[in-house]
Design a protein around this ligand. Structure first.
Ligand code: HEM
Length: 548
């Protein structure tokens, strides 16, 4: 039996003989030839152990070096981002988290930005966190330059749409992804719809007037509720066709859209979907129900269009005039581009969501301005009467020729824009602008629309007053591209990512207003003492009083 001392010396001798590479072991194996089996086995085990330890060490070192390189590169990027961002004027870099406390003090982000612009001038940077930089600009030439040059949007809205509705090639941040679909939709909306005498068919207008009668039978109507209901009918019947108007699940669909709209920004603000929160799963179920209903209405509209065709009820005129509306855009040519295998409902629901919220917001704002300015209603009424005398045709509302009407729509959109900020974000490259200003890649560029649209240096001393006359005689100029005429007018954005539905929306809303003002006087039921309060909830009650 070998003593402990012997054992150790044998072990050491064996370990000393352990080759450090696999090749070494093979060579040793060949040269050792007839050495005893026991020593060979032990040497093999020790080698494998040693080999595994060394290999693990090498892998760990490689991982450590790779992680360090990645972290250093990231740190380098953050330092460069800070260095470039800090050259833009704005509050001290150290106050990252104070902003979130200060913003409520100034009412909202626009109020806070307005305060910062007063202090630091037309270009202001705001650090929201060490890696989140917002650059706000109110200078017209810079706004124009960025909106024309910059094609991408910040990831947040894209995440919002993807989380709620699935992949979308219309509302994604990257321009490369949306360009083709944008063009298809624009051609469809502007070419097919605007080629007709009206952007809303009489059948839809009749249905809306009936809704108003039903509402009024129960007393004064809530302005916001009314606007939402009407906007929903307009966008729904445009996309899905007339059978949308009689769809039994329409109210549920609208309610779901509103609930998704309420929570969408909150859940999209998480970088990783917070699957550990119960509220998130409730939200996810809402979105899934919405998807299910979208599928139902598409199937139903497809079915009713087919049966409508089979009955042969359409006269030639109806088909020519309202053919697209009967089947809706989604069952027409656009279908091929928008309903794709890999994104079945993302674009449709995105358009419903965006169109519904924006159109209802603008109708609500116009109604508030009209009830406060009854003289404008009378001007528009005279315009319609004049037009009816001059034009003899089946459709009375040639709104593109109605200056007062369009001016009212533009002025309302100017004073009460539907969103607080336009945003762009260069996802990959720094954006070098004139005035030697560099916006680092990843920074979010914003235009505070309300500040720009009420800037007295652009709009004159009465910039904050409701004065549609400023647009009269210029309304034709504001088509086809609203923002190109005056880059201080941005309710539909501007540049490569401007709203593709802007002409459709303006003409549809104007047609709707013309039909209302022809039939009714719109009045405020009970005015709050301060008219500014009309913009805040609860929304005002209004009345539609039939003209005698
Ligand atoms: C009153 C109604 C509407 C308003 C106020 C409005 C406003 C806007 C605004 C401000 C933008 C962002 C523009 C920018 O960043 O420069 C936008 C984008 C967009 N709008 Fe509208 N919109 C309205 C109606 C519609 C309708 C009816 C549709 C189509 C059915 C539509 C389709 C789009 C699309 C697809 C985009 C995304 C463009 C992109 O990201 O490339 N909009 N809209």
């Amino acid at each position: 039996m070998a003593s402990a001392g012997e054992g150790t010396s044998i072990g050491t001798a064996v370990e000393a003989a352990v080759p450090c590479t696999l090749l070494g072991l093979l060579l040793q194996g060949k040269s050792a030839g007839a050495s005893s089996d026991a020593v060979g086995d032990r040497s093999g085990i020790c080698f494998m152990r040693e080999y595994a330890a060394r290999a693990t060490n090498i892998v760990l070192w490689a991982v450590l070096i790779a992680v360090t390189v990645i972290l250093l590169r990231r740190l380098g990027r953050v330092v460069r981002f800070w260095a470039k961002g800090s050259r833009i004027p704005g509050p001290p870099i150290l106050s990252f988290y104070r902003h979130s406390k200060l913003i409520p003090e100034w009412g909202d982000l626009t109020g806070y930005l307005s305060k910062l612009h007063e202090i630091y001038g037309p270009i202001v940077r705001l650090w929201l966190s060490p890696t989140e930089l917002v650059v706000s600009v109110t200078d017209l030439s810079l706004i124009k330059e960025v909106l024309i040059k910059e094609e991408d949007k910040s990831p947040l809205p894209g995440r919002l749409f993807r989380l709620a509705f699935g992949d979308s090639s219309l509302f994604a941040p990257s321009f490369d992804l949306v360009q083709q679909r944008r063009e298809s939709l624009e051609i469809q909306l502007n070419g097919v719809l605007l080629g007709k005498s009206s952007s809303i068919p009489l059948k839809v207008l009749d249905c809306i007037v009936k809704k108003i009668d039903a509402f009024m039978a129960e007393g004064p109507v809530d302005c916001e509720e009314m606007s939402q209901c009407v906007a929903f009918s307009i966008i729904g019947s445009t996309l899905f066709g007339h059978s949308f108007l009689t769809w039994s699940n329409a109210d549920t669909y609208r309610e779901l859209l509103m609930r998704v709209a309420k929570d969408a920004s909150f859940w999209a603000s998480y970088n990783i979907p917070p699957i550990w929160k119960r509220g998130f799963w409730r939200y996810w179920r809402l979105c899934t129900r919405l998807k299910g209903l979208t599928r139902d209405i598409l199937v139903q509209c497809g079915r009713s269009y087919t049966s409508f065709e089979k009955t042969g009820q359409t006269s030639w005129k109806e088909t020519a005039e309202y053919g697209t509306f009967e089947k809706g855009m989604l069952l027409g040519e656009l279908n091929l581009h928008l309903i794709l295998e890999d994104e079945p409902y993302g674009n449709i629901m995105g358009m419903m969501f965006h169109g519904y919220l924006k159109i209802s917001g603008l109708i609500n704002n116009i109604l508030i301005k009209l009830v406060l300015n009854p003289e404008m209603q009378e001007k528009i009424f005279s315009e319609i009467t004049e037009m009816n005398k001059r034009v003899s045709g089946s459709h009375p509302f040639d709104v593109q020729k109605m200056q007062f009407l369009l001016a009212t729509v533009f002025e309302s959109a100017r004073l009460l824009p539907s969103g607080p900020l336009l945003q762009r974000c260069s996802l990959k490259h720094d954006l070098n602008l004139r005035k030697s200003l560099t916006i680092p890649a990843g920074a979010i560029f914003v235009v505070p629309v309300h500040l720009v649209q009420t800037d007295s240096t652009i709009w004159g001393k009465d910039a904050c007053q409701f004065n549609p006359l400023r647009f009269v005689s210029k309304t034709v100029m504001y088509f086809p591209s609203l923002a190109d005429v005056n880059c201080g007018f941005l309710p539909f954005g501007s540049g490569k990512r401007a709203c593709v539905g802007q002409k459709f929306a303006v003409l549809a809303i104007s047609t709707l207003l013309a039909s209302w003002i022809q039939e009714f006087q719109i009045q405020l039921h009970a005015a709050p003492e301060d008219s500014a309060l009309l913009q805040h909830p609860p929304s005002p009650k209004i009345m539609f009083v039939r003209r005698s």
